[in-house]
Design a protein around this ligand. Structure first.
Ligand SMILES: NC(=O)c1ccc[n+]([C@@H]2O[C@H](COP(=O)([O-])OP(=O)(O)OC[C@H]3O[C@@H](n4cnc5c(N)ncnc54)[C@H](O)[C@@H]3O)[C@@H](O)[C@H]2O)c1
Ligand SMILES: C[C@@H](CO)CCC[C@@H](C)[C@H]1CC[C@H]2[C@@H]3[C@H](O)C=C4C[C@@H](O)CC[C@]4(C)[C@H]3CC[C@]12C
Length: 369
């Protein structure tokens, strides 16, 4: 990139900037994007930690807003150079209705695209998901696949359906003329299962283990590999993509990239134990303790209970037919597309990612005592 462009002062907007990933993207931008002059953080719920960011050289603007409200999105987008759209309803447990998931993830994304077009913002980075590809409803394994690996991406669950639709909208919008006549440049990042500081499900497993006397019970065979990626590296990929999109628009516009790093390929449970074991938990069993048919039965029972109890209370346990199918299907990526297209190398080694995550879980422990 030319020096004159590097010296340019840029305004970024991060939607969902107070979420698990969004917070890391926000902090990473402040640390590693020297051209930043204003950072707008748009979220339904603003975090108190935002105040501490307001004392630095970059102007930090917190905007409480809803992506489903087109006028709120347009007001936040107006005058920005780059939008990183991470906001989304991540719900595979049946907490929200399919309609709400669609409204936030699909209509919300459409609103972001239209806001870019109307107000003249040229660069849009979308946080998609591995779920756009799979695991599919047939439980086909995706073993060390890349962005070009053929796979039957068929979904029924509202969350992956919504992410797939939203990703398509973003990619199809690449090249649309924005206000002022320049082309919109878009691309989508597809993280696998993200882990790291702030990961709610890891916290839930940790507390469950404590309740069970320091034990977790193996439910999924160790041979089922699950793709995982450290949140700091996912955030770093977002920052790099946003930075390089202008200079490499022809190459990167309309492209998808899996998010990857050096995290090892393991089963979901064995991977979690990399962090939970040093915090005093152990995983009981070298093989699943319950036969798979019984897990399928329990998952179906949970789904039935959720439906029956819905008028009275929200019953949303971790185990349901969808989460069981995802946990029990190998889905791992092996690709270097991000390195080839925009020079991505993971910022955090596996050892670093592991240490940071363990420290965070240990902090969760002490803060809940
Ligand atoms: N967590 C993962 O493993 C994972 C993996 C792949 C992709 N993703 C994607 O990454 C993105 C961030 O996920 P996350 O895990 O950080 O989830 P999260 O729930 O922690 O963060 C999402 C953020 O979006 C905000 N949000 C939700 N609805 C909104 C609305 N209507 N208007 C404005 N803001 C709204 C939430 O308040 C939250 O701060 C999502 O788009 C998700 O689909 C997550
Ligand atoms: C059967 C249980 C025994 O311990 C384990 C259930 C684990 C599940 C709750 C999680 C297994 C895989 C997770 C998903 C995966 O990591 C990728 C995702 C993509 C992302 O876009 C959203 C989150 C998620 C769907 C993630 C959710 C939790 C799991 C299903």
């Amino acid at each position: 990139m030319a020096d004159s462009a590097r010296a340019q002062k840029l305004v970024y907007l991060v939607t969902g900037g107070c979420g698990f990933l969004g917070e890391h993207v926000v902090r990473m931008l402040l640390q590693r994007e020297p051209r930043l002059c204003e950072l707008r953080i748009f979220d339904l719920h603003l975090g108190p930690w935002l105040d501490e960011l307001k004392t630095g050289p970059v102007r930090v603007t917190a905007i409480q807003g809803d992506v489903t409200q087109a006028h709120e999105v347009a007001a936040a987008v107006a005058g920005t150079h780059v939008v990183i759209h991470t906001a989304g309803l991540v719900d595979v447990f049946g907490k929200a209705s399919p309609e709400t998931i669609h409204e936030v993830n699909v209509q919300g994304t459409q609103n972001v695209i239209e806001a870019c077009v109307q107000t003249g913002t040229q660069f849009l980075v979308y946080t998609s998901s591995m779920e756009v590809v799979g695991p599919n409803v047939k439980g086909h394994p995706f073993y060390r696949g890349n962005e070009d690996t053929p796979y039957e991406a068929v979904h029924r669950h509202p969350y992956p359906c919504s992410k797939a639709l939203a990703e398509r909208l973003v990619l199809e919008a690449n090249g649309r003329k924005v206000r002022g006549g320049l082309p919109l440049v878009t691309c989508a990042l597809r993280p696998t299962g993200i882990y790291g500081e702030g990961h709610q499900i890891m916290r839930d497993f940790y507390h469950q283990g404590l309740r069970l006397g320091g034990r977790l019970f193996r439910a999924i065979p160790a041979s089922v590999e699950h793709g995982r990626v450290y949140v700091g590296n996912v955030a770093w990929m977002h920052v790099l993509v946003a930075r390089e999109l202008e200079q490499r628009a022809a190459l990167m516009g309309g492209q998808v990239y899996f998010c990857y790093d050096k995290s090892p390929y393991k089963s979901y449970e064995d991977f979690n134990m990399e962090f939970l074991r040093p915090c005093g938990l152990r995983l009981v069993g070298t093989r699943p303790l319950l036969p798979y048919w019984l897990l399928v039965f329990l998952a179906a029972l949970n789904a039935l209970l959720q439906w029956l109890l819905r008028p009275l209370l929200l019953y949303a346990p971790l185990l349901n037919p969808y989460t069981l199918a995802v946990a029990n299907t190998t889905f791992t990526v092996s690709t270097n597309k991000a390195q080839r297209h925009f020079g991505y190398e993971p910022l955090f080694s596996w050892e670093d990612s592991r240490t940071r995550t363990i420290r965070w879980v240990q902090g969760v422990e002490s803060s809940s005592q």
